[in-house]
Write a protein that binds this ligand. Structure first.
Ligand code: GN1
Ligand code: MG
Length: 359
C-alpha cells in the first residue's frame, strides 16, 4: 500500500491520499481506487498497465488521449454540461507525462467519476442502452483525424488467432494437447468460415473503423438511476471491424452463464438481450453502417465466442501465460463454455438474419 501511495504522488492530484485498494475484475491490468481524505477533492483510479500485453505503452496512451480529447470536444459542441462525468479524464505526472514508469511497471491515473455504478449483469433495458452507447462511441469517432495504432496488433484477427492456436498445438509446451482433441477438432471444422471478416477486408468490402474492442457491460458507467454515463477501459480502442464491438458485447451479455461457468448444460443464448442490444446499436450506427457490415452482424455474434475459445485454448496449451487463472483448468473450462455457447448461437443465426431484415 505504501508503495502504491508513493506511485500516486508522482501525479498531479488534488488532496491527500487516504487509502488505495484494489477494484474491478479485469483479466489483464491491475486497478486500484485511490481515496482522498478531503470531501471536496476527487478520488482517483490508479492502473498498472500490463506491458507484457500492451508492449507499446506510448502508443496506448497516445490513442487514449486522442480519443478522450475528441469525445470531449463533441460533448462541448453538443452543449453537454456534465462533461467530466461523460468521458475519462487522465491526470498528468509532475513532469507532464501521461504515465509514470517506476523502473519496472507503467502506471496511469484517472479521476474517479463519483456516484456511478457498474453492472455485471444486463437487462433488456440496459442492453438497449449499451447498444446505443457503444454504437454512438463508434459514430463519434468516425471523424477522428488523428491516426490511431493497434495497441495489440491484429487483436481481433481470427486468422492470426488460429495460427497462434496451431503453433501452441505444435509446441505442446505443457503436454496438454492430448486432453483437448475434441475441442481442437470442433474449432478446425469452423475455422474457415470464421475467417470471413479477414476475407471481406482483403476484398475491400469491409473497412476498419475506430472500435472499443472490449465492450463488456462492466466497461460502462451508469448513474444511480441506471442511465449510461461513460465508457471506460479504453486500452483496446483501435482500428477494427465494427463486429468487434457488436459481437463481443453479446459474447458476454447474451450468455446467461459467466464465461467461466462449468455448467455447460445451463448455457443459453438470451434472445431478449440480442434483440434489445441490436435495436440500440442500429439506432446509433444507421448513418454509417454499410449493408455488408449490417448483414454480417449475426456472423459477428458467432465469431466472438469462437475467437475467445481459440484464445483461451491457446493460453491453456501455452501454460496459462496470458489470462489470470484461479485454478489449473480455468482456461480449459472457459474454452468449453465458449464453444458450447457458440453452438447455441448457431441455432439462432437464421432467426437473427430475419430479425435484422425486418427491423
Ligand atoms: C480480457 O481484462 P479484460 O477482462 O478487460 C481481454 C479481452 C477478453 C477478456 C476475456 C487485452 O479483457 O480481449 O475478451 O479478457 N483483453 C485483452 O474475459 O486481451
Ligand atoms: Mg476490461
Amino acid at each position: 500500500m505504501n508503495k502504491l501511495i508513493d506511485i500516486v504522488q508522482h501525479f498531479r492530484i488534488e488532496g491527500t491520499v487516504a487509502s488505495v485498494m484494489p477494484i474491478g475484475n479485469g483479466l489483464i491490468n491491475d486497478t486500484f481506487l485511490v481515496q482522498t481524505q478531503e470531501n471536496d477533492k476527487p478520488d482517483y483510479v490508479l492502473q498498472r498497465i500490463n506491458h507484457h500485453i500492451f508492449t507499446d505503452v506510448e502508443l496506448l496512451l497516445h490513442n487514449i488521449e486522442a480519443v478522450t480529447n475528441h469525445l470531449r470536444h463533441k460533448l462541448v459542441e453538443q452543449g453537454i454540461l456534465d462533461i467530466d462525468r461523460r468521458v475519462l479524464h487522465f491526470v498528468p505526472t509532475a513532469s507532464g507525462k501521461t504515465y509514470h514508469f517506476d523502473g519496472q511497471n507503467y502506471w496511469r491515473l484517472s479521476v474517479y467519476i463519483a456516484n456511478t455504478i457498474t453492472l455485471d449483469e444486463v437487462t433488456p433495458q440496459s442492453s438497449y442502452d449499451c447498444g446505443q452507447a457503444f454504437g454512438l462511441f463508434q459514430k463519434q469517432l468516425i471523424d477522428l483525424k488523428e491516426p490511431l495504432g493497434e495497441t495489440i496488433p491484429d487483436f481481433h484477427n481470427m486468422e492470426l488467432r488460429l495460427t497462434q492456436l496451431r503453433q501452441a498445438v505444435a509446441n505442446d509446451m505443457v503436454k496438454r494437447v492430448k486432453e483437448v482433441g475434441k475441442e481442437l477438432e470442433f474449432i478446425e471444422a469452423q475455422a474457415e468460415e470464421m475467417c470471413l471478416a479477414e476475407q471481406l477486408h482483403r476484398q475491400r468490402l469491409l473497412p476498419k473503423r475506430i472500435c472499443h474492442c472490449d465492450t463488456k457491460v462492466n466497461n460502462m458507467l451508469f448513474d444511480r438511476n441506471g442511465k449510461v454515463l461513460c465508457i471506460i477501459d479504453l486500452d483496446t480502442v483501435m482500428p477494427a471491424y465494427i463486429f468487434s464491438d457488436y459481437g463481443d458485447f453479446l459474447r458476454t451479455a447474451a450468455n446467461n452463464q459467466p464465461e467461466d461457468s462449468p455448467e455447460l448444460d445451463s448455457i443459453e443464448f438470451r434472445w431478449d438481450i440480442f434483440e434489445a442490444f441490436t435495436r440500440g446499436y442500429l439506432e446509433s450506427t444507421a448513418s454509417f453502417l454499410t449493408p455488408i457490415e449490417r448483414e454480417h452482424l449475426p456472423f459477428a455474434v458467432a465469431l466472438f465466442p469462437m475467437m475467445q475459445a481459440v484464445r483461451f485454448l491457446t493460453d491453456y496449451l501455452n501454460g496459462d501465460t496470458y489470462y489470470k487463472i484461479q485454478y489449473p483448468e480455468h482456461n480449459l473450462i472457459r474454452t468449453r463454455n465458449q464453444l458450447r455457447y457458440f453452438q447455441q448461437i448457431e441455432t439462432y443465426r437464421k432467426r437473427m438474419s430475419a430479425f435484422l431484415c425486418n427491423l
